[in-house]
Design a protein around this ligand. Sequence first.
Ligand code: HEM
Length: 213
Amino acid sequence: MNWLINTLGSSIGKKLMMAVTGFCFCGFLASHLVGNLTIYGGKDTFNAYAAHLHSLGPLITVAEIGLLFFALVHILTGAILFYQNLQARPVRYSVNKNAGGRTIGSATMPYTGFIILAFVIYHLINFHFVDKTDTTIFQLVSSAFTDPVNIAVYIVAMVAVAVHVSHGFWSLFQTIGATHLKYMPIIQVAGIVFSIVIAIGFGFIPVFISFIA
Ligand code: HEM
């Protein structure tokens, strides 16, 4: 645990923690999206995918513990950075100039992060920590998306995920020093494309399900 405390103590260490854990979440989001796309194949395809995941048994448990640990590190480090930024600038500017590459994504990181945390807790209560004995994953998902409030919650959350990822993706390359003038625009565009794919890919599922349910 000492290495974690030492790393969190230095500024570059904190940035690296955010970058590594953020990168892993991008990987998780991409694989979760690919898995969820099986829903377009109908209930049997989606249930078969869920059954396959569950059949991985201990591997899934290890991945879940890893995700939880990474989430705790990411949230804790993000909260410390947010607090330190506030301390470094006790008097807030009266005019918020859009200077030096400041984007909606970078300016709203703590807030979109908070929305994502609230969403993930809500999401896990609905789909993960739920009694699945007399139902199937497809039934759970399709009954959730017959409620317009749920659909709206998911769409708003996906916008927050996209805005957060659009800056996070770019920021993680900055942290590892990949700041070559030639590659930065490519990395920026790749981040925007990735976040749009995530937003539309996940965001369209509730809409699609509400039409077929
Ligand atoms: C329409 C969009 C989404 C759908 C339909 C969906 C569906 C699901 C389902 C059915 C599960 C439960 C799997 C199981 O326990 O068998 C699940 C788990 C999970 N989802 Fe989503 N998901 C969506 C978007 C998201 C997003 C955007 C995130 C992250 C920001 C996310 C994070 C998670 C996490 C962390 C788990 C727990 C994984 C595990 O413990 O194995 N999901 N999702």
